[in-house]
Design a protein around this ligand. Sequence first.
Ligand SMILES: *[C@@H]1O[C@H](CO)[C@@H](O)[C@H](O)[C@H]1NC(C)=O
Ligand SMILES: *[C@@H]1O[C@H](CO)[C@@H](O)[C@H](O)[C@H]1NC(C)=O
Ligand SMILES: *[C@@H]1O[C@H](CO)[C@@H](O)[C@H](O)[C@H]1NC(C)=O
Ligand SMILES: *[C@@H]1O[C@H](CO)[C@@H](O)[C@H](O)[C@H]1NC(C)=O
Ligand SMILES: *[C@@H]1O[C@H](CO)[C@@H](O)[C@H](O)[C@H]1NC(C)=O
Ligand SMILES: *[C@@H]1O[C@H](CO)[C@@H](O)[C@H](O)[C@H]1NC(C)=O
Ligand SMILES: *[C@@H]1O[C@H](CO)[C@@H](O)[C@H](O)[C@H]1NC(C)=O
Ligand SMILES: *[C@@H]1O[C@H](CO)[C@@H](O)[C@H](O)[C@H]1NC(C)=O
Ligand SMILES: *[C@@H]1O[C@H](CO)[C@@H](O)[C@H](O)[C@H]1NC(C)=O
Ligand SMILES: *[C@@H]1O[C@H](CO)[C@@H](O)[C@H](O)[C@H]1NC(C)=O
Ligand SMILES: *[C@@H]1O[C@H](CO)[C@@H](O)[C@H](O)[C@H]1NC(C)=O
Length: 367
Amino acid sequence: MFVVPSIAFFAVLFAALVRSDCECGYTVNSTLYTDLIETDFLHLQNITGDTDWQGQDYTVSAELARGPYGKNASTTNIVANPLKNEYDWAGDGVNGGDAGLQLIVRGGTPENGGLIPMAELVTSRDDMLYGSFRAGIKITNVNGTCAAFFWYWNNTQEIDMEFLSTQMNETSSPVNLVLQSPQSAKQGFSAQGTGGFVNQQLPYQPDEGFHEYRFDWSPNAVEFYADGVLLQTLSKSVPNTPGHITLSHWSNGDPGWSAGPPVSDALLTVEYVKGYFNSSDPKRQEDWKSRCPSTATVNSTCAVPEVKEAPNGNSSAHTFFFSQEKNMTTNQTVGGEKSIASSIRWTQTASTAVFVFMVASTMEWFI
Ligand SMILES: *[C@@H]1O[C@H](CO)[C@@H](O)[C@H](O)[C@H]1NC(C)=O
Ligand SMILES: *[C@@H]1O[C@H](CO)[C@@H](O)[C@H](O)[C@H]1NC(C)=O
Ligand SMILES: *[C@@H]1O[C@H](CO)[C@@H](O)[C@H](O)[C@H]1NC(C)=O
Ligand SMILES: *[C@@H]1O[C@H](CO)[C@@H](O)[C@H](O)[C@H]1NC(C)=O
Ligand SMILES: *[C@@H]1O[C@H](CO)[C@@H](O)[C@H](O)[C@H]1NC(C)=O
Ligand SMILES: *[C@@H]1O[C@H](CO)[C@@H](O)[C@H](O)[C@H]1NC(C)=O
Ligand SMILES: *[C@@H]1O[C@H](CO)[C@@H](O)[C@H](O)[C@H]1NC(C)=O
Ligand SMILES: *[C@@H]1O[C@H](CO)[C@@H](O)[C@H](O)[C@H]1NC(C)=O
Ligand SMILES: *[C@@H]1O[C@H](CO)[C@@H](O)[C@H](O)[C@H]1NC(C)=O
Ligand SMILES: *[C@@H]1O[C@H](CO)[C@@H](O)[C@H](O)[C@H]1NC(C)=O
Ligand SMILES: *[C@@H]1O[C@H](CO)[C@@H](O)[C@H](O)[C@H]1NC(C)=O
């Protein structure tokens, strides 16, 4: 009678010691995703060292770029501009101007058929199969570029949010929502009329501040959001293969799309990218099964907080990162640099408090 409770107590204590939060994944409006990627570009000192992202170096001829000019993607056009004060969440970066990762399209007109200098980076992971993807973005006010936040597998399996700076004026500020498909490919990569294209007006000018752009991709539909408000649901030609996330800022001079080239350097600034997704990688699926057995009695999923206002100020831009909390990304692959802001938050006091909380919660769950 005396021994049994002690064993139970130690079992509970042991369980508390080996468990961590969010082991079974992250939920977005009750849809569960097993994996995540999160990058806090406001505090990232050096993109080269971030293993989650691969800056691109490539060139595309004018002919293949389908414009009067070709494209020259170079990592020299991807510039980290972290906040001057590492404890802030908004304001000027160390190089001046808005803090965040800058993707630059260089100004000036190359010779005919020449290449326009641009910027692109892609996630290292290529196994994203359904998920909720978000980015805090401010687009350029320089005419003649296309800024794109998208998921990509190939030219017929692609989900885009594309901003054309030439389409922006005081009375009109659209984002182009696109699902590329075999039909759009047949039309020369115009998704118009395929059910996979909407030129969607935004209730603000996207070059005047940061906003959160988001798309939730499920087997049946893709929902597009801005600052947590649903803009549009597209349910034709929904992709069904795994792929990766890309950030891109480019121009090929095509008067019907990107326009340009821009007359001066055009900056796309990114505060963060977050993705909560399922993996097509059998190894990652095994990892999930091993840390989240079907016999799990603990409710170990974490709800992804929704951003409901523009992430522009020191308070609103301080969005939530599981990867900046202790123990909410155990067995995940999130790489990157750890920001100082996150490590100082984890004091001994907090550690003790959470430990006590975990023991208490675990007892509740296990008993
Ligand atoms: C998560 O918390 C558990 C219990 O406190 C601990 O055993 C484990 O080492 C922690 N893991 C990480 C990655 O901090
Ligand atoms: C979440 O699901 C509920 C019920 O299906 C729906 O009414 C609501 O709009 C959804 N919210 C989001 C942000 O998707
Ligand atoms: C993601 O994977 C989890 C675990 O296998 C599953 O429960 C969930 O339904 C999947 N979500 C989607 C959108 O397929
Ligand atoms: C960024 O990191 C890379 C290697 O990780 C290093 O070669 C480079 O000098 C660093 N750049 C800056 C600006 O610190
Ligand atoms: C592409 O841009 C890089 C960086 O500015 C430059 O070094 C390289 O020569 C360019 N390539 C071509 C083919 O213009
Ligand atoms: C911004 O908020 C952080 C806390 O999130 C605080 O430490 C910092 O001092 C604030 N900065 C300004 C300029 O108010
Ligand atoms: C894209 O990938 C899908 C699925 O693997 C394939 O069926 C399709 O033919 C591919 N399209 C192109 C343009 O390669
Ligand atoms: C703004 O752009 C829209 C759509 O391209 C166009 O119809 C309208 O005339 C433009 N307004 C001004 C003031 O340029
Ligand atoms: C942007 O540039 C195009 C030519 O590339 C021009 O037709 C258009 O009027 C310009 N738009 C604005 C808003 O300046
Ligand atoms: C369990 O997780 C779900 C999904 O995040 C949440 O809605 C529910 O409130 C949680 N239940 C408990 C008891 O924590
Ligand atoms: C996740 O945990 C499993 C089982 O301990 C291990 O084999 C795997 O390497 C881990 N994966 C990561 C990315 O930490």
